[in-house]
Design a protein around this ligand. Sequence first.
Ligand SMILES: [Zn+2]
Length: 319
Amino acid sequence: MSAVAQYRTYLCDYLEKNHNMKPKQFFQCINPQHTDNNPSMMFTDKYNICHCFSCGVSYDIFDVVGIDYHLDNFRDQLLKIQELYLGYVPVIKSTSNVDNKLYDYTNYFKRCVKNISKTNYLQQRGIPENLIKKYGIGYDEERSLVVFPINKNCYFARSTISKDKIKSRGKSDIWNKKYLEESNKNDLIYVTEGIIDSLSLEVIDPNIKTISINGVGNINQLVYELKNNNFNGTIVITFDNDGPGIQASKLLKKELTKINVNSFSNTLISSFGADECNDLNKALLIDKDRLKANYEYANTAYMRFLEKNNNKEEGIEIG
Ligand SMILES: [Zn+2]
């Protein structure tokens, strides 16, 4: 790796130290022209850049150092970085994005499925047997992880003894991505932050089409997949009813408008107090009937909207 390429990988460290960045979270946009009232910038280790979802800029470490120290030519920026990192090499945290290899987890999943009865993690979250079977959800006893296979090359897991959320090594994917690949204009796809939220929706409507992006930090992956698959259905964003969830909903809605994907944004849990619950799974546990009523009310309205819209396109008069 050339010295310049090496320095590019320092961006994460630089942002953490100088721009108060936390991994996988939005932080204040660095662009001096942009007054970023809600943090809209995110770092991606795939390209070692930070991108602002609001004003659209993308910066590498040379750009950022150039802005911070008012250095407008590359040579001065390079010298500054050398000075900042003189005798100090930051530890580059490897995340799954860096490793795009394919690993086959088929056998691991089989072992985990055999052990699923050794945990009651899913029962405690109101996820029934039929969904556990349908998705081949398993339990890794050694690591105390509930394992959600996404496809044979990728899984997502949650610790049963801590708050840890784990992504498999290698390329990561969206839960139920198939719904994006075979879309039609009558499709209504519910996007959630986490798999447990998607499963909670499936408990109240077994016919729902729901996908999960596994963390609000992955909205750009969703936008990429929608574009890539020429998605022509409608998205309902049902992220958590908390600060990061609300902010991510706004940003995602903006990105969807840019790529001409119709969307609605609805937590489905606004009738629950914010102190009572902020995600779909908690709502399911607190009051399943109320969550179901909220969902059915919203879903009916969206379906009616789609029907009207699609009929209009086909030139059918509706009375
Ligand atoms: Zn910006």
